[in-house]
Design a protein around this ligand. Structure first.
Ligand code: ATP
Length: 367
């Protein structure tokens, strides 16, 4: 039975419609990430599931039970907030217990759950401290612990890692993933950070402008983005997207990039809807798929364009090629395998024949 189901959800604030007819099913035990830029409606969707905001139209069910109009405490879920929302005057133990005050439990059961959650999160040494005496990462663990003690089937996370520094964020990411594997509960996790989404989710729902653009596994979203928005939103540096015109001749199909005239051989591309001669398309080329230097791989295109500038991050180099358009073409490679070109140099770079993404220029959908 699907665990969480949003059906035909509409959300309006006054006259502004934020979500229009959105439907989404989160499977039992799934780790689903809602990912999208600021203002796309992901927090609103999570808050409606938590019961913190009203639903204008539509229904939400959890385990088949209609919870649309239920009080937050009667929904059988627990939420972890970005701000941690800990009580500064209570100890860690007090904060953990407070999560249980709405449930009528005997003292032994409360103690058992607090000990269990503290052990799982490795905060058992900190139970007598106040939040001010904890690091950011420890506070986040307490916030998660307060959700865990409730022993519910569905956990909601609203950007829980955004206040942590980069190192702690990586640690907590792994921690939350481990907790999910151990507890096998349903998780709905909101973030605008694609790395969090890609590393933790079973499936990602990519949102923009209140609309789910694609819902799929991380691999599928990276390998086969459904439209240009998803293609450009996932991946770093972002995918290069080049306007081109289709040229067909017999079985051969190619896209000719306007300004540079580069021919991209698409005869290995698995079209969903094959285009016709003269159609305008946008071809996607991920920076990390380019090859700099010699290659034995079947080549789909060769670019010989001047380098405008380069950026070095550890062993990776990103170079930006000038193809006469506003957006430079970014190419990422490992400088152990090729020297870093200087500005003005025009080293040939190759794009593999089986790595293109192709979108219709008008609808922006993958074809
Ligand atoms: P962020 O990552 O910045 O939190 P988000 O994707 O979670 O963004 P929401 O907070 O869900 O976005 O907001 C979605 C849209 O709804 C935004 O355009 C926002 O301005 C609007 N909105 C949110 N809350 C209200 C409100 N109480 N009144 C009016 N508009 C609101």
């Amino acid at each position: 039975m699907p665990q969480v189901e949003f059906s035909n959800i509409v959300k309006r604030f006054g006259r502004v419609t934020v979500l229009e007819d959105l439907s989404l099913t989160v499977q039992d035990g799934e780790f689903l990430v809602l990912l999208g830029p600021s203002g796309c409606g992901k927090t609103t969707l999570l808050n409606m599931l938590a019961g913190l905001q009203d639903v204008t139209e539509g229904t939400i069910t959890i385990g088949g039970r209609d919870v649309t109009d239920l009080d937050p405490k009667d929904r059988g879920l627990a939420m972890v907030f970005q701000s941690y929302a800990l009580y500064p005057t209570k100890t860690v133990r007090g904060n953990l217990k407070f999560g249980l005050s709405a449930q009528k439990l005997d003292r032994a059961e409360i103690e058992r759950r607090v000990t269990w959650a503290a052990g799982l999160l490795q905060i058992d040494q900190l139970l007598d401290r106040k939040p001010a005496q904890l690091s950011g990462g420890q506070r986040q663990r307490v916030a998660i612990g307060r959700a865990l003690v409730k022993n519910v089937d569905v956990f909601l996370f609203d950007e829980p890692l955004s206040n942590l520094d980069a190192k702690l964020r990586t640690e907590m990411r792994l921690e939350i993933k481990r907790l999910h594997q151990e507890l096998e509960k349903t998780i709905v996790f909101v973030t605008h950070d694609q790395v969090e989404a890609m590393t933790m989710a079973h499936r990602i729902a990519v949102m923009n402008g209140g609309v789910i653009q694609q819902i799929d596994t991380p691999d599928e979203i990276y390998e086969r983005p459904a439209n240009l928005f998803v293609a450009r939103f996932i991946g770093s540096p972002a995918m290069n997207t080049l306007a081109a015109r289709i040229e067909t001749s017999g079985q051969a199909i190619a896209a000719i990039h306007g300004p540079s005239g580069v021919r991209m051989d698409l005869s290995d591309y698995a079209f969903r809807t094959p285009p016709k001669h003269g159609d305008t398309v946008v071809v996607g080329l991920r920076p990390e798929h380019f090859i700099v230097g010699e290659t034995a791989e079947p080549t789909g295109a060769v670019f010989t364009l001047p380098v405008r500038y380069t950026e070095k991050t550890g062993s990776d180099v990103t170079m930006f090629l000038d193809n006469g358009e506003k957006d430079l073409i970014s190419v990422r490679f490992d400088h152990k395998h090729h020297h870093v070109p200087i500005t003005g140099e025009a080293p040939p770079v190759w794009f593999p024949k089986d790595r293109f993404d192709v979108f219709d220029a008008a609808s922006e959908r993958r074809i």
